[in-house]
Design a protein around this ligand. Sequence first.
Ligand code: ATP
Length: 254
Amino acid sequence: MQTQYPPAAQDAMAAVAAVDLVKVYGSGDTAVRALDGVTVGFTRAQFTAIMGPSGSGKSTLMHCLAGLDTATSGQALLGGTDLTRQSDRVLTKVRRERIGFVFQSFNLLPQLTAEQNILLPLELAGRKADRHLFAHLTESLGITGRLSHRPGELSGGQQQRVAVARALVSRPEVVFADEPTGNLDSRSGAEVLLFLRNSVRELGQTVVMVTHDPGAAAYADRVVLLADGKVAGEIDHPDHASVTEALRSLAAQR
Ligand SMILES: Nc1ncnc2c1ncn2[C@@H]1O[C@H](COP(=O)(O)OP(=O)(O)OP(=O)(O)O)[C@@H](O)[C@H]1O
């Protein structure tokens, strides 16, 4: 039987979509419904920010869409693949070959140089690096002089730029960024956000970012708002004021 997807997820432009996604942690009296029927599509070659109050389900949604966590019901679609139906082995392959990750804590391997860190996911996937893209990314990110350094010899901002290069060099179907500026000063944070923004514009990259920061969300094309595990609205062409106002209004409804 053909699955009937709602319009948001049917959108041919959606690189990633959730369809009636439910995630329940625990059971019985202590069960927490972290996602309570989320349906949302993330358009290809767009930069989308996911925002909402603490505990609204942002990280859970990202983890389910990235194959890092399994949903209780519903679909988590990457391209045509429903991640909720895949084995751990397939999910590892999907994460390695089709998704780029940028985490708040950088997650670089300390014993490898910056260059080795950037190329590691491609190596693990048995793929050759596109040297043009590697050169373009490392030059645009201003880390060409740092490639032989280990993460411990780099500033936080430089480490995150290495992580961004690692996420983009495989040309993944989507980059998931989880609070990418959370550990950075405002200048380094702005550089990383601008780079993500430009990767969407210049390379046609799809980026989905979880953030608490209205200033960071203002770099996105669109903001999806979550509250209590549900989609609570969205903002096209967000700016600092519109995002702050939307979050204030969500907080007032609680
Ligand atoms: N592993 C877990 N076990 C039990 N409950 C969990 C677990 N992970 C998350 N939760 C609960 O699920 C709900 C959603 O959590 P989630 O981390 O997705 O929210 P969030 O919007 O990312 O929050 P924050 O902004 O504080 O990071 C919360 O009530 C949280 O306590």
